[in-house]
Design a binder for this molecule. Structure first.
Ligand code: PMP
Length: 458
């Protein structure tokens, strides 16, 4: 029986990434308030937020400094755009700060409202740059199977998940997908991580050659794939991929929308994985999700080409009304100040061994095939047979069942493609709360096992 608010919800809202049929009878979980890593629903039940919202509320809930930064900026100047020669202090200071933090040489920053818009912008900038450089055929973008780069038409095309393409008539022309760096699923028996990485680089090279290097403009990759199942690349992967990109003059876009700002214990994910992209997309933890904001971090050579092209055209014809929104920028600036002042990334590093150990212990569970972990993010792949790695029929929705039992246990986690449960707590989670998270998840796994036994699914 739906509550009044649940009934009103299903009558009026289309929920993103939701089974539109099922929610009509179950109704949504209506959340009301949060403090630290804890959320409370409208009945007052508490949940440990094990996914930082959608991989984003890095500083947790109830951060008064962020609230204050937003309200102060709202009082002073709630909005001005930065089109056509206007600007404001928060956008300038945030761009300076990002440039200072950048893990690779960055010249300029372009603001967006989301990760999708950042990756969409990356694609447009690559095209714009190659037009400026007089190579109009060099336009194809290579992404990877299982990648997640967003849902706008361009970024959903870059995403390498069937669910984002099917019946949306995607991907658009000019986007290709190469092999995912998924060692557990795709390595040959006996193949070392290094050999697997060599093979993936060879796959990429074969694709570039088949397409014609003169037509391939860019390659895009997350440091650790998030929504594709938390896939941690095999050792030596990025240096080998980058050698191929350099050989064929292919621009490298790093999607740091999840890994940026401490998730792997380093300011940017690429620093933890020996990855050196040319340009970077950020969003999510940039403002700890207190405001919607993303950014594209642009290298000098790309900026020079943009400058050249806009000279020809009279103006750089791209920008969102809310690019560099002053309230969002002020909150992001405060977020970055807190990361630094409170040594948040160092403190993440100190928590990783405990998080990793609790994660690894899950592999003893009969339903867990692999517990993949990097920094404070993990993906728990559910299997029917640990030896053969055989999976359950996706229709049975095992990972979704774990998530439902976890919710009942007062823990929010997420199920993603490939029957995996993902964990990505706020960076400020305490050691005691990490234990609590894994205790609750283990109970959810046990209850899933009991359910499967009762239903004769094993
Ligand atoms: N890139 C990555 C790596 C992401 O995880 C996401 C969102 N989960 C996006 C891009 C898209 O960001 P948004 O939902 O803010 O558009």
């Amino acid at each position: 029986m739906l509550t009044n608010m649940q009934a009103r919800d299903v009558e009026t809202l289309v929920h993103p990434y939701t089974n539109l049929e099922a929610i009509r009878s179950t109704g949504p979980l209506i959340l009301e308030r949060g403090q630290g890593v804890w959320l409370h629903d409208s009945d007052g039940k508490a949940y440990l937020e094990g996914m930082a919202g959608l991989w984003c509320t890095a500083l947790g809930y109830g951060n008064e400094e962020l609230v204050e930064a937003a309200s102060e900026q709202m009082r002073k100047l709630p909005f001005t755009h930065i089109f056509g020669g206007k600007s404001h202090d928060p956008a300038i200071e945030l761009a300076e700060k990002l440039k200072e933090m950048a893990p690779v040489p960055i010249s300029k920053v372009f603001f967006t409202c989301s990760g999708s818009e950042a990756n969409d912008t990356q694609m447009k900038l690559v095209w714009y740059m190659n037009n400026a450089l007089g190579r109009p055929r060099k336009k194809k973008i290579i992404s990877r199977m299982r990648a997640y780069h967003g849902v706008t038409i361009a970024s959903a095309s870059l995403t390498g998940l069937a669910g984002n393409h099917n019946d949306f008539d995607l991907p658009i022309a000019g986007v290709r997908h190469t092999t995912a760096p998924h060692y557990y699923r795709l390595a040959e028996p006996g193949e070392s991580e290094e050999d697997f990485a060599t093979r993936l680089a060879a796959d990429l090279e074969a694709l570039i050659l088949a397409e014609g290097p003169e037509t391939v403009a860019a390659f895009i990759a997350e440091p650790v794939m998030g929504a594709g199942g938390v896939i941690v690349p095999p050792k030596t992967y990025f240096p080998k991929i980058e050698a191929v990109l350099k050989k064929y003059d292919v621009f490298f876009i790093g999607d740091e929308v999840i890994c940026g700002f401490g998730r792997l214990g380093t300011p940017f994910g690429c620093q933890a994985l020996d990855m050196k992209p040319n340009a970077i997309s950020v969003a999510k933890a940039l403002s700890s999700a207190y405001q919607p904001i993303g950014a594209v971090m642009i290298p000098e050579e790309m900026y020079q080409a943009m400058l050249e092209e806009s000279r020809k055209l009279g103006s750089f014809g791209h920008g969102f009304t809310y690019s560099g929104h002053p309230v969002a920028a002020a909150v992001a600036l405060k977020t970055l100040e807190i990361y630094e002042r409170e040594s948040i990334f160092e403190r993440v590093r100190a928590k990783i061994p405990q998080f990793a150990a609790r994660c690894a212990a899950l592999e003893d569970h009969p339903l867990v095939g692999e517990a993949r972990q990097a920094g404070l993010v993990a993906g728990i792949e559910i299997v029917a047979d640990k030896k053969t790695r055989h999976q359950f029929d996706p229709k049975l929705g095992f990972a979704a069942k774990v998530v439902a039992f976890a919710q009942d246990e007062g823990l929010i986690v997420r199920s993603v493609f490939g029957d995996a449960v993902t964990i990505c707590p706020p960076l400020v989670i305490s050691p005691a709360e990490i234990d609590e998270l894994f205790d609750r998840l283990t109970r959810a796994l046990d209850r899933t096992l009991d359910w499967a036994t009762r239903e004769h699914l094993l």
